[in-house]
Design a protein around this ligand. Structure first.
Ligand code: THU
Length: 163
């Protein structure tokens, strides 16, 4: 006899105000907001900034970089992550903050990373064995998620490939 099994996946998203954040989290949220000014987004006019906090306390910012050949462009999150990884390949990322502006205003509701960026960041979580906290800035508050894995259930992390 077949018995159907249902798996429920639950994630926790906490919404905080800026003055409720720890100092290091506030620092990267402010950096992500500042990085929106460095976005190159002549096609979408959607300016995204990201900032990564590493375990040694250093912070690396990035912004979305578009191209006339659309798929060539990259998101702010991967821009920050690859920049950090290129400078400090052996230092674990511990948190990433993301903010976005459109028509000169930060979004009310936070923007969350696309699937490709989640997959890219998952690699670092898997490699270092430590979670990357995700801080999504919106004018209505900062959404905080404990790890990238929370945002990407049923992950493909390469463990299926063997070595
Ligand atoms: N974008 C990001 O940089 N991060 C996100 O989380 C969502 C989307 C960029 C890609 C593109 O340059 C523009 O926003 C519109 O999709």
């Amino acid at each position: 006899m077949k018995v159907m099994t249902t798996f429920n996946i639950k994630i926790e998203i906490r919404r905080l105000q800026l003055d409720e954040l720890a100092a290091s989290d506030l620092r990267i949220v402010e950096e992500a907001k500042a990085m929106t000014a460095h976005s190159y987004a002549p096609y979408s006019h959607f300016c995204v900034g990201a900032a990564l906090l590493l375990s040694d306390g250093s912070v690396y910012g990035g912004s979305n970089q578009e191209n006339a050949a659309f798929p060539v462009g990259t998101c702010a999150e991967r821009s920050a992550f690859f920049y950090a990884s290129a400078q400090k390949p052996d230092v674990a990322p511990v948190a990433i903050a993301i903010a976005a502006q459109t028509e000169g205003h930060f979004t009310d509701v936070p923007v969350s990373p696309c699937g490709m960026c989640r997959q890219a960041l998952l690699e670092a979580e898997t490699r270092f064995g430590t979670p990357i906290r995700v801080l999504l800035y919106g004018e209505e508050g900062v959404y905080v998620v404990a790890s990238i894995r929370d945002l990407l259930p049923l992950t493909f992390d390469g463990s299926e490939l063997g070595s």
